[in-house]
Design a binder for this molecule. Sequence first.
Ligand SMILES: NC(=O)c1ccc[n+]([C@@H]2O[C@H](COP(=O)([O-])OP(=O)(O)OC[C@H]3O[C@@H](n4cnc5c(N)ncnc54)[C@H](O)[C@@H]3O)[C@@H](O)[C@H]2O)c1
Length: 362
Amino acid sequence: MLRIALIGCGHIGTVHSYALAQLTRAGLVDAAVTTTFDPDRSRAVRLAEHHDAQAHDRLESALDAADVAWICTWTAGHVEAVEAAVARDLAVFCEKPLAPTIEACRSIADLLRDRPHQVGLVLRHAPVFAAFASAVASGRYGRPMTMVFRDDQYFPIQGMYGSTWRKDVDKAGGGTLIEHSIHDVDVMQWILGPAVSVRARTAETFGYPGIEDVASLAVDFESGVTASLTSVWHQVMTRPSTRRLELFCEDAMLWTEDDYLGPLHVETSAGHEEVMAPAPAWIDRLTAPEVFAKSVAQYAEPGKAFLDALVSDGAAARGTPDVDMALSAHEVVDAAYRSAAANGTPQELPALSGGSPCAKIG
Ligand SMILES: NC(=O)c1ccc[n+]([C@@H]2O[C@H](COP(=O)([O-])OP(=O)(O)OC[C@H]3O[C@@H](n4cnc5c(N)ncnc54)[C@H](O)[C@@H]3O)[C@@H](O)[C@H]2O)c1
């Protein structure tokens, strides 16, 4: 059995903890959380109790007794935890964003590239985006032409997120673009291939220095496709996290307004079709209450994929997305911040390996 050290026991650590416990109890993975660590010891103890695990007072001792590090600290804590895990030769699941600065993201990529790892850009495991990517890759709707992505969320220092670090640029690296829309940038490159340049404008409506609450991006892709991304943190408390993705191809408009199961809508000259994107059948073996079912499924699926890869491929295991896909999204985000700082001047992107369209899922 793989022993998992859960490092960082706040909001997303709790979601992962719950999803992993469900997978273990349903016999769907040969793995279990056995140690926890958080500088806020009460959090580490609370999650350890869910698993009959041991809460540790030090990062090092939690990792010493594990095979896999599940890193869910706030963003600025990822580097230290990755370094400590790699020093112990552990497999690593690292939450997104990789780190607050592009330099630190590149360091994490260098540390993880040749080791078993996966990054928490979980939209790669959402059935609706898999259906979206595969519909585009099939070519049945003609060439992609232009994409419109909108991502909005209430400013996540309140409500169910309740995390003050998201208004601290040293801990978060920025606002809505790096913290939330790093997911969207990854999906854009998954569906459309590598981006080559970006222009951006940002705003700090709520006055937290370095924490943009609006980011408007115009992205050009190697294929010639263009895309716009609007990312916003507002104060509409009924909207915790909402996305709408539209893509015009030569012969169809494709769109979805749900970032897990869809449906994927397809309109062609022949009419409108709803493509259902079902979750895997094993999800029915989880027993989460209805109110948590979507969140648990969203995180159980990437977690199971990584743990299965570790069991089948051992040291050769590379989850999806890997650190180069994540780094590629970070390069777009970093170029967007540079563009915004230069009054919207276009910024070219380095050629990287992370943006191949329709990379394999799971
Ligand atoms: N993949 C996703 O969909 C998703 C969703 C939400 C958050 N996240 C990411 O997960 C990370 C955590 O976000 P959150 O919402 O859980 O924040 P949070 O504030 O709820 O929890 C963060 C926890 O990390 C702990 N921590 C800080 N430094 C640490 C260290 N060095 N070692 C161990 N623990 C440490 C804090 O005490 C806190 O308990 C962030 O990087 C965030 O962007 C990802």
